[in-house]
Design a protein around this ligand. Structure first.
Ligand SMILES: Nc1nc2c(c(=O)[nH]1)N[C@H]1C(S)=C(S)[C@@H](COP(=O)(O)O)O[C@H]1N2
Ligand SMILES: [Mo]
Length: 320
């Protein structure tokens, strides 16, 4: 028989503080007669794994008035070309040979304090996670509203201290041709890579996600750690990150190498700059059913007040 133990993140009240979990665990251990031993154990050892600590919704990122896309749609309509080229594929194929833990992440390149650590250790080092509701707009014209859990990339940047020469950040995904059969395709420059300018990376909106809807990321959504840049097309949001490198030159990215005329380095959501093969003026909103409706696409996906300043003086038609 298979006994399912509900994990700590399934606690109904997602605002439970980590300390309350710690106290609950400690009282439970006492009940089992481990009173003295429990007191001697460091609090970290009793805490739920960092990625399981329930997050608090950041009130600055509530998106009042927008309907969140249903969990089942976020989990079952995916782009993850390592595993499948159809939307329903990653949910099945990323849950066969791929393992999101243990997982180590390297922060390298032009930084004073490079880091190499386990993903849960990284989350703990970042001081835990918060929830943010963000619009998500794929270059293919569908959109969702996703409640992410994670931490701002800016916090990690402060920790590793980029050197003055660092001007870009390059992100690299995993490489495992056994777990991800499509990585045997020699026409694609695996692993998946992405990049941001250092100013984009340090923007308050740029987020490293560890979960969705208060649960650890599903493999098909990019477990254990993926990038979220809500004012850019979804392909910038690289999944299953293994390395974050600070560089002086603009990094090559997978899509920019595969089809440079279609997928630029910036990839800012922009209703006035069409994809060579289709208009970007409108989008299909995915809510819970398949297409819930069409609406006009917003400049910078609705985040212009936060990010337009990053592109002052830049021709967004040339720098697409
Ligand atoms: N490693 C990797 N990351 C990736 C992709 C991918 O194919 N491989 N697809 C991108 C695209 S095009 C989109 S729209 C989003 C989709 O994320 P979701 O499936 O969680 O909605 O992931 C992005 N990150
Ligand atoms: Mo996408």
């Amino acid at each position: 028989m298979h006994i399912v133990v509900p994990p700590t993140w399934s606690l109904p009240d997602s605002s439970v503080a980590p300390e309350a979990i710690y106290r609950g665990r400690r009282d439970f251990l006492k009940l089992l007669g481990f009173g003295v031993a429990a007191a001697a154990i460091a609090p970290e050892d009793l805490l739920a794994s960092a990625a399981e600590i329930p997050a608090r919704l950041n009130p600055a990122h509530r998106l009042d008035g927008l309907r969140l896309t249903k969990e089942n749609a976020i989990l079952g309509y995916n782009n993850y070309i390592e595993f499948s080229l159809v939307k329903e594929g990653p949910r099945i194929e990323a849950n066969k040979g791929f393992r999101a833990r243990p997982w180590s992440v390297d922060i390298t390149g032009l930084v004073e304090k490079p880091l190499s650590l386990d993903v849960d250790e990284l989350v703990r080092t970042m001081g835990g996670i918060e929830q943010r509701n963000y619009r998500h707009r794929c270059v293919e014209t569908w959109s969702m509203v996703i409640p992410w859990d994670g931490f701002p990339l800016s916090r990690l940047i402060q920790l590793v201290q980029p050197k003055p020469e660092a001007r870009f950040v390059k992100f690299t995904s995993f490489l495992d041709t056994d777990a991800a059969p499509n990585q045997n395709n020699p026409l694609i420059p695996w692993p998946y890579t992405e990049g941001l300018t250092i100013a984009e990376a340090a923007n308050e909106l740029t987020f490293l996600a560890t979960g969705i809807y208060g649960k650890p990321l599903a493999n098909q959504n990019g477990a254990p750690l993926r990038l979220v840049v809500p004012w850019k097309y979804g392909f910038k949001g690289i999944k299953a990150i293994t390395e974050i490198a600070f560089t002086d030159g603009q990094p090559a990215t997978l899509w920019n190498q595969v089809a440079p005329a279609e997928y630029g380095f910036y990839a800012n959501v922009n209703p006035t700059v069409d994809h060579p093969r289709w208009s970007q003026a409108r989008e299909f909103v995915l809510g819970g059913g398949i297409f819930d409706g069409k609406k006009p696409t917003l400049m910078f996906n609705g985040y212009a007040s936060e990010v337009a300043g990053l592109y002052r003086g830049l021709d967004l038609r040339k720098n697409y």
